[in-house]
Design a protein around this ligand. Structure first.
Ligand SMILES: Nc1ncnc2c1ncn2[C@@H]1O[C@H](COP(=O)(O)OP(=O)(O)OP(=O)(O)O)[C@@H](O)[C@H]1O
Ligand SMILES: [Mg+2]
Length: 305
């Protein structure tokens, strides 16, 4: 089992809690989806180099207002990504995911941005700047990508690991001239959702870590750091879903506030949070923790004394 045991148990518990909240309150679900889609779109596009901020992305997607000084393509990337999310959602209940589904997904990502390449595998060699990794030559893509379609339709096994490996396989083949990262992140979410889980957001602030894990997989063949990274993203998503769809609002407090309620310093709590030893969630730049999680942790550490 490559996933950190503590993290894996926490994810399983949260999945059970989330499932116990079904059927979800439709109004709460709609509000959650609106903000989740904005956050996903902002982060996925920012990783790729789009300069729209989170609030500009929200403005473009929710109010249809253009952001001053930003290019037409940056706006199209935002609206295209939202359409791509909706398309992925329409595939969740489909019996089999086909090559045409993936080509259509890519066509949506580059719609009106690069019509010549949207929905077509690349016809040229590519190099990934800043790394030694060279994806396969174009003539190898049609064969290599078959494995990806098999992975997308495979059932059984551990879904988080499988979803992460779909992402990894996809970016290694790098089937398109551009938009591979965005497509990979959407397909990973498609697999998670088809497995009854929730989508993840790879945050732009984690861009370096994200790329480092991909490179480590490529150079050392060690996929575990990337799989655990995806698992941590899933843990965060589950918390967001439970907080939004649960009946009572969780009382999230900052680690600075938490340190006043126990004998641990803010720095120590922050270390525990980064290491995944306590169930803290990062909102913006700030780590937060629910009062109950803190209480449970302190009780466990202090052995009831
Ligand atoms: N060695 C590597 N170094 C950096 N990125 C890599 C590497 N191998 C694969 N990748 C993947 O390639 C993606 C970039 O590919 P591409 O530019 O086609 O996608 P994009 O959607 O336009 O951009 P991005 O993925 O940056 O959002 C990265 O996000 C990452 O997922
Ligand atoms: Mg790109």
């Amino acid at each position: 089992m490559p996933i950190n045991e503590r993290l894996f148990d926490r994810i399983s518990q949260k999945r059970d809690i989330l499932n116990s909240l079904r059927p979800f309150d439709m109004g709460a679900l709609r509000r959650l989806k609106a903000s989740f889609d904005v956050e996903f779109t902002y982060n996925s596009n920012a990783i790729e180099g789009n300069t729209l901020s989170l609030s500009e992305t929200r403005m473009v997607l929710e109010d249809g207002i253009t952001a001053g000084g930003k290019t037409l393509n940056e706006h199209l990337e935002a609206t295209n990504h939202r359409s791509a999310i909706e398309f992925v959602e329409s595939l969740v209940g489909k019996r089999e995911i086909t090559e045409m589904d993936v080509l259509n997904l890519h066509a949506m990502i580059l719609d009106r941005i690069d019509p010549h390449n949207a929905g077509f595998y690349r016809r040229h060699r590519v190099r990934i700047s800043g790394t030694n990794f060279t994806p396969p030559k174009p003539s190898l893509i049609p064969d290599m990508i078959q494995k990806l379609y098999e992975m997308l339709n495979a059932t059984g096994g551990e879904p988080i690991q499988r979803a992460a490996m779909i992402h990894m396989e996809f970016v290694n083949i790098h089937p398109f001239i551009d938009g591979n990262g965005r497509c990979a992140r959407l397909l990973m979410n498609l697999y998670l959702m088809r497995s009854g889980l929730v989508p993840v957001i790879i945050q732009n602030r984690d861009r370096k870590r994200y790329i480092d894990h991909i490179v480590a997989s490529q150079t050392r063949g060690d996929h575990m750091p990337f799989i655990n990274f995806v698992a941590r993203c899933l843990d965060r998503s589950l918390t967001i879903y439970i907080d939004s769809l649960g009946e009572e609002d969780e009382d999230h407090i900052t680690l600075a506030e938490a340190s006043k309620k126990c004998r641990y310093s803010q720095e120590y709590l922050s270390l525990l949070a980064r290491k995944g030893r306590i169930d803290a969630v990062k909102f913006g730049r700030i780590w937060t923790i629910s009062g109950k999680v803190l209480e449970d942790y302190v009780r466990e550490r202090d052995g009831g004394n």
